[in-house]
Design a protein around this ligand. Structure first.
Ligand SMILES: CCCCCCC/C=C/C(=O)SCCNC(=O)CCNC(=O)[C@H](O)C(C)(C)COP(=O)(O)OP(=O)(O)OC[C@H]1O[C@@H](n2cnc3c(N)ncnc32)[C@H](O)[C@@H]1OP(=O)(O)O
Length: 715
């Protein structure tokens, strides 16, 4: 709702009340209309102030109303009524003014913001554009280049930047409503002619075409197929070239295509999924709302390689005390320098001082005796990790949580090295660990709910989106990647090239195709895992292992020292070791031809559809298996992992959402088709849960959990 009160005798105060973010639901919109009408009708009222309850101005349109039947007054006429008012209307912006929230403020005559407020038009991140006249008002207020930047990226700006850009008129460190009331009284009675943004001409640009061409090129490059950023540029162009009313028509037209698009649905699903993963549950019944985390004030990181350094930076930046341990003195010195550099660069960007004092470095593991939680980040080697866990058990005080940063090793096996396996969880960080948003929190059968809650909470404190998953080979992300990469390799055996496979996957929207990604991560990583699993048989590249089809192509490259970017060659060639520019490699093409000839394989033409279906559907099929086994609690968990950790295009929601969009029946049919053609590839065999979902009438994704529950109850 919107509450109307009169304060200081002549100020009409409208307070938006719709927790948690005062979104502009139908009731709120109606409340604004009624309150404005009332204030304008009261002769004693000289000016109006609009604010939001609980220190939050407004989080924008109510996203939960999208896709439902529209009720209540539409936003544009509401904002026009405010702008047309004969009494000054001042927006008192505390906390947030985002999307429709900022558009509401732009409809007001003045804007006063608290110094800690964040403002922005993030509609593009939801597959939309600022279609409550934001795309038309903002360029008129701050000029085309700045408006293009804010609208196409959706980035939030601080109050200080908003003041500099001219979005707000004043910034205060004190009570924002008081400041707005004082300000409103000071301008009451003055002419409002120069305050109605819709009447402003858009600031002229001499190089208008060049500016828009450059903007379009930039968004097309960054968007990986997303349509909203392109529509945002088109809408701002309308503001720059058309009168306001016509610009508004164009904004409406563009919004109509976006609003009902699959991409908008995917992005909005992704928004809610990212929040839903915080409400985790375990098969034991333990849940986020019944498991209390322990506060972590002091943590230790063991092993200061690339991952350990990033984790140390993340913890220190979040204000924790960190003991950073590296037993090799030379490595310790290098790490100290590298960590300090990262902290200094990060602090410079944020205009704060680097938290160097939060870290103490040591080469002795015994120095971790008084920490609340340890994150072991030594080399990915089970024997080494076990040794470290045994040492930790001896030196840590009782109750210390022991976490391991591993991308797939058995958490339970590691937990068995300690007298308190309930305190052990996996924390799978993604490189670079201080930058990547994703954290897989892995619980073993003996991990306590409190240990999981604590790791999840710590993830939040250090700014990660944490997803709780069960213990299995590769956890969720890497387990699903395995069939995807296998298919990519099989496609090479059958006639494709790395360039073609990558092109198809990149056109789908991945930042990098399977082979470019493998070259970046290092082919030796997978090689080591396959060796440990007994799959690599040097000198005998037979194409079957343990009764299933196996491609030894990656192993053969590793045997030649081709580990990817770091060695200057892998699936591609690079100018020099460490170079990032992948070039097709004639050597690799001849190698593939010889390989096929040696194994009696005849190259055939493989089309886009086959590449996409075999790579993606095998990955999705593994996702269904993961759900069936209860390793992930719901499809949102998998989708968040893929979008944040594996560069799955956000505008496609994630693999499970994509399966829902394609249609489960179609996914099932195509898997059956490919499995018939490749009966020796078990990952192509449709899993039971997928069959059950299809048999139960292909329910939409938000109802899959009901079917999953039934499957689990039958086990
Ligand atoms: C019908 C046609 C209308 C056409 C209008 C076109 C023009 C306008 C379009 C828009 O305004 S689209 C919305 C633009 N706004 C946003 O994108 C903001 C989205 N929200 C956020 O970025 C964050 O939530 C926040 C506001 C910065 C707060 O972050 P914080 O970390 O503090 O909390 P969260 O966990 O993210 O959110 C808490 C809670 O609130 C729900 N929520 C947030 N924003 C909205 C919203 N705009 N509508 C509905 N619900 C919202 C969020 O989902 C969380 O709830 P749970 O999911 O955990 O239950």
């Amino acid at each position: 709702m919107a509450q109307y009160t009169r304060i200081s005798g002549s100020v009409g105060l409208i307070t938006l009340k719709n927790p948690p973010v005062n979104a502009l639901s139908a009731v709120v919109r109606q409340g604004i209309v009624d309150s404005v009408e009332r204030a304008l009708g009261e002769p004693e009222v000289k000016c109006l102030v609009i604010c939001g309850q609980s220190g939050k101005f407004c989080g924008g349109a109510d996203i939960r109303e999208f896709g439902k039947k529209m009720t209540g007054p539409p936003l544009i006429p509401v904002f026009h009524a405010i702008e047309a008012a004969a009494k000054p209307v001042v927006a008192a912006i505390e906390g947030i003014a985002l999307g429709g929230g900022l558009e509401l403020a732009l409809g007001c005559h003045y804007r006063i913001a608290h110094s800690k407020a964040k403002l922005g038009l993030p509609e593009v991140t939801l597959g939309l554009l600022p279609a409550a006249a934001g795309s038309q008002r903002l360029p008129r207020l701050i000029g085309v280049p700045a408006a293009l930047d804010l609208i196409t990226t959706g980035r939030h700006v601080t109050a200080a930047e908003a003041l500099q850009l001219g979005i707000v008129d004043q910034v205060t460190d004190h009570n924002t409503v008081d400041a707005a009331v004082k300000f409103a009284l000071s301008v009451a009675g003055q002419s409002l002619d120069a305050r109605r943004i819709s009447t402003f001409p858009c600031p002229r640009l001499s190089n208008l075409d060049a500016v828009f061409e450059a903007a379009m090129q930039k968004v097309r490059q960054a968007a990986r197929g997303a349509i909203a950023p392109v529509a945002c540029v088109q809408a701002v162009r309308a503001a720059a070239t058309l009168p306001y009313a016509q610009g508004l028509e164009r904004e409406k037209e563009l919004m109509a295509t976006l609003f009902t698009s699959g991409q908008a649905r995917a992005l909005q699903y992704s928004f809610f999924a990212q929040r839903a993963v915080g409400r985790w549950s375990m098969p034991s019944g333990a849940r986020w709302d019944t498991s209390k985390p322990k506060p972590i004030r002091k943590a230790a990181v063991i092993g200061l390689g690339t991952m350990g350094r990033g984790i140390t930076v993340g913890l220190a930046q979040a204000g924790l005390s960190v003991v950073a341990v590296e037993t090799q003195e030379k490595q310790l010195m290098e790490a100290k320098q590298a960590v300090s550099g990262m902290l200094e660069r990060g602090a410079k960007k944020r205009g704060v001082s680097p938290p160097l004092g939060n870290i103490s470095y040591s080469s002795n593991i015994k120095t971790v005796g008084d920490v609340d939680l340890v994150i072991e980040a030594v080399f990915e080697d089970m024997a080494l990790k076990k040794e470290v866990f045994q040492q930790l058990s001896a030196v840590c005080r009782p109750g210390t949580f022991l976490c391991t940063n591993t991308s797939g090793l058995d958490i339970d096996d590691l937990a068995s090295q300690t007298p308190n396996p309930e305190l052990v969880v996996g924390m799978h960080f993604f490189a670079p660990a201080h930058v990547m948003k994703l954290l897989e929190v892995v619980y073993g059968p003996r991990s306590s709910p409190q240990a999981v809650a604590t790791a999840m909470q710590l993830g939040k404190v250090i700014g990660k989106v944490s997803v709780a998953v069960g213990n299995c080979q590769g956890f969720v992300g890497n387990r699903m990647l395995s069939p995807y990469l296998s298919q990519a390799n099989f496609l090479l055996e059958e006639g494709a090239t790395p360039e073609f496979v990558d092109q198809v996957l990149e056109e789908f929207g991945f930042a990098m195709g399977a082979f470019r990604m493998s070259d970046l991560s290092g082919l030796d990583v997978g090689w080591r895992v396959r060796k440990a699993a007994g799959l690599v048989v040097p000198g005998k590249p037979a194409r079957m292992r343990q009764g299933c089809r196996y491609s030894p192509l990656g192993d053969l490259l590793c045997e030649q020292g081709r580990f990817g970017q770091k060695t200057g060659s892998g699936w591609y060639q690079y100018d020099k070791p460490g170079s990032r520019v992948a070039k097709p490699d004639p050597w690799l093409h001849s190698f593939l031809e010889e390989y096929r000839a040696r194994h009696g394989l005849v190259a055939r033409r493989i089309d886009h559809q086959e590449v996409l279906e075999r790579c993606l559907y095998s990955l999705i099929n593994e996702g269904f298996r993961i759900l069936e086994e209860g390793i992930a609690a719901g499809p949102e968990d998998i989708d968040v992992i893929y979008v944040l950790g594996y560069s799955w295009p956000r505008h496609r929601g994630g693999p499970m959402f994509y399966a829902d969009m394609v249609g489960l029946t179609r996914v099932l049919e195509r898997l059956e088709f490919y499995h018939q053609a490749h009966p020796d590839v078990p990952s192509l065999q449709p899993c039971n849960l997928l069959r059950k979902l299809v048999a139960s009438g292909t329910p939409p994704i938000h109802r899959w959990r009901e079917v999953i529950k039934k499957v689990h109850s039958q086990l």
